[in-house]
Ligand binder design. Structure first.
Ligand code: M6R
Length: 607
């Protein structure tokens, strides 16, 4: 996902832009560039590859020197990664950086070609730069407004006009853009970590809002030039939270942060062993009124929804339909005003999840967002929101965000089950007490299984393909284990309901295909053990994740990872840990870029 930054202030602008872009590296990118007012002229430096390639290039060819400019990390969508396709892109008097997608760029390009414009790159971004230039009438806001009127898509832009020296413009049309405010300096950025080294104070731009950064101050207006007063926010975390703190990778740091993230998320919501979600506008009356629940999300967040489905249906006896947001939004789902739609999203900006939320509201459903990023689009647009408090998650592979999503879904499930009268007060208290104790058990699990997972990961190193199997909650969890492994190790893997193997997939199993079985649900243990024996008999190396007391021996498993035993309903919160660690160490052993896996972006803000 592309990253935008911009700066106006007394520091060396090129240095600030590059340093801010390093903080956006987690979003994934394949080229980088900056444009700076240098002696009142806009100078551009850009390069395919990593920021280091840009820095090397600037060392050889000269670094733009000045106090205002824009910068970009590009994740190629239109046109291959190359120096030419890298941002910034320019027209005669306008230079821009862009995050997002312009859907109608082809017709706009044709219009501009017909009007004598020429193009250097294959990007949709250059079309926007040329269009701004085409409409330029000496008034930046008017020019932006006329241009935006023609654009279709979701995007945000950082813009500099040659005639408006040392001034930076930012506009948001869907894709996130924040504006940082320090003493005598201001910033634009796609995300808060980019600016946190300089200031914790920032504004969030809404759709169609423009920020003007000039002379160390910042002002806002809408597309018609009407001034806007905006609320200044303060990040409740500092630069340390977005740094590696001595860990080799963000992912392993974030795995270790899970106990405290869960604690921070659940503690304020449990009072006297009872769940209290009233600060999120969730009342008993409301909970009682829903006939069905839809959980809609993407990737890891959707997998958290899968666990929630098993838990809610089991204890609250309410039907739960889990949907992939990109499918939900286009299949005319059967939602009514009696349904609750829960959108789970770490970033709160995922395009498909946002669209699913919009559709659910249009269809009259009540909506609840479970979101990590404060003030994000999904959090703002849903009827109710429960924030997870994971702090910034930098590694592309989600770990702590998944864990806190699970913890919130448990809080919700317990409250729902109790309000609907499906569990006794004693049971309710037993569950909340068990949930409150998970942080210490997650910590214990990390310490107990870390070395073992590191060792077992060496057995996965050369596999071409893997299977994850489980039943019930273990199946829901194995979906996430499989995604984690494939996204960072690049080893193909599938998760399968253990009982479904015999209906086709077991034909794939040979000694070349390791099988990881999750067996934390004692009521299903014997059944899953039979399935493990079946794959073992076909030569598979078997790795079993089970609790410390499970009756499973080496006749069934080549490797056994034992985790502490807690309430079976909550076992996914512990069993997720060895899955994350197996994926992490396999990726490290294969020499992969663990935090920034190839082709992936942290936040998918376009379809
Ligand atoms: O920000 P979101 O939670 O909405 O992101 C959804 C998915 O893109 C995300 O969970 C993705 O699958 C993970 N980064 C994978 O580890």
């Amino acid at each position: 996902m592309c990253g935008i930054v911009g700066y106006v202030g007394p520091r060396d602008c090129s240095d600030v832009l590059v340093s801010a872009l390093t903080k956006l590296e987690y979003r994934g990118y394949d080229s980088a560039g900056i444009a700076v007012f240098d002696d009142s002229l806009i100078k551009v430096a850009k390069s395919k590859g990593r920021l280091k390639d840009l820095i090397d290039k600037m060392e050889k060819e000269g670094k733009p020197s000045g106090h205002a400019g824009i910068g970009h990390t590009r994740w190629a969508t239109h046109g291959e990664p190359s120096d030419i396709n890298s941002h910034p892109h320019s027209g005669k008097r306008v230079t821009i950086v862009h995050n997002g997608i312009i859907e109608n760029y082809k017709e706009l390009k044709q219009f501009l070609l017909d009007n004598g414009r020429q193009f250097l790159s294959d990007t949709d971004t250059e079309v926007v730069a040329q269009l701004l230039d085409y409409y330029y009438d000496g008034d930046p806001i008017n020019t932006i407004q006329r241009t935006v009127r023609d654009l279709r898509g979701s995007y945000s832009l950082g813009i500099v006009f040659a005639d408006f020296v040392d001034t930076v413009y930012g506009i948001r049309c869907e894709s996130p853009l924040i504006v940082g405010k320090g003493k005598d300096e201001s910033f634009i950025a796609s995300d808060v970590p980019a600016i946190i080294n300089y200031t914790k104070n920032y504004y969030t731009l809404e759709y169609g809002e423009i920020a003007i950064l000039k002379d160390g101050s910042v002002s806002f207006c809408d597309l018609y030039g009407k001034p806007l007063a905006k609320e200044l926010k303060t990040a409740d975390w500092d630069e340390k939270a977005a740094e590696k703190a001595g860990y080799e990778h963000y992912m392993i740091k974030e795995i270790h942060e899970q106990p405290s993230a869960v604690k921070t998320t659940i503690t304020p919501r449990i009072e006297n062993d009872m769940v209290n979600l009233t600060e999120c506008s969730i009342t008993d009356e409301m909970l009682k009124s829903f006939d069905r629940i839809f959980i809609v999300a993407c990737g890891t967040a959707m997998h958290a929804g899968m666990v929630a489905k098993y838990v809610i249906e089991k204890i609250a006896r309410v039907e739960v339909i889990v949907d992939i947001a990109s499918e939900f939004r286009y299949r005319n789902p059967l939602i009514t005003s009696k349904d609750l739609v829960i959108i789970i999203s770490q970033s709160g900006e995922t395009a498909d999840s946002k669209a699913a939320l919009k559709l659910s509201k249009e269809m009259g459903a009540k909506t609840l967002a479970i979101v990590n990023v404060k003030g994000s689009s999904i959090a703002r647009e849903a009827d109710m929101v429960i924030y997870t408090h994971a702090g910034p998650e930098i590694a592309v592979a989600s770990t702590k965000a998944y864990m806190v999503q699970l913890s919130v879904m448990y809080l919700f499930a317990f409250e729902l089950a109790f309000s609907k009268g499906k569990i006794t007060k004693d049971k309710y208290i037993e569950f909340t007490k068990a949930l409150a104790s998970t942080p210490e058990y997650i910590e214990k699990t990390i310490e107990e299984v870390k070395d073992e997972c590191q060792y077992i990961s060496t057995k996965l190193l050369n596999a071409d393909s893997l299977l994850y199997i489980g039943r019930g909650l273990d199946y829901a969890l194995s979906m996430e284990g499989s995604l984690k492994l494939k996204e960072i190790s690049y080893i193909h893997s599938e998760s399968y309901a253990a009982g479904e193997l015999k209906h086709g997939t077991i034909s794939l199993v040979t000694e070349q295909m390791p099988v990881i079985a999750v067996v934390t649900q004692n009521d299903l243990l014997e059944k899953t053990v039979s399935n493990i024996k079946e794959v073992k008999a076909r030569g598979a190396v078997t790795i079993v994740i089970c609790d410390e007391h499970a009756n499973i021996g080496n006749d069934v498993a080549d490797y056994i990872i034992r985790i502490p035993q807690i309430n079976p309903l909550l076992m996914p919160m512990l069993a997720a840990v060895p899955m994350q660690l197996l994926a992490y160490y396999t990726s490290v052993n294969r020499g992969n870029d663990v935090d920034k896996p190839r082709n992936l972006a942290k936040s998918v803000t376009v379809e």
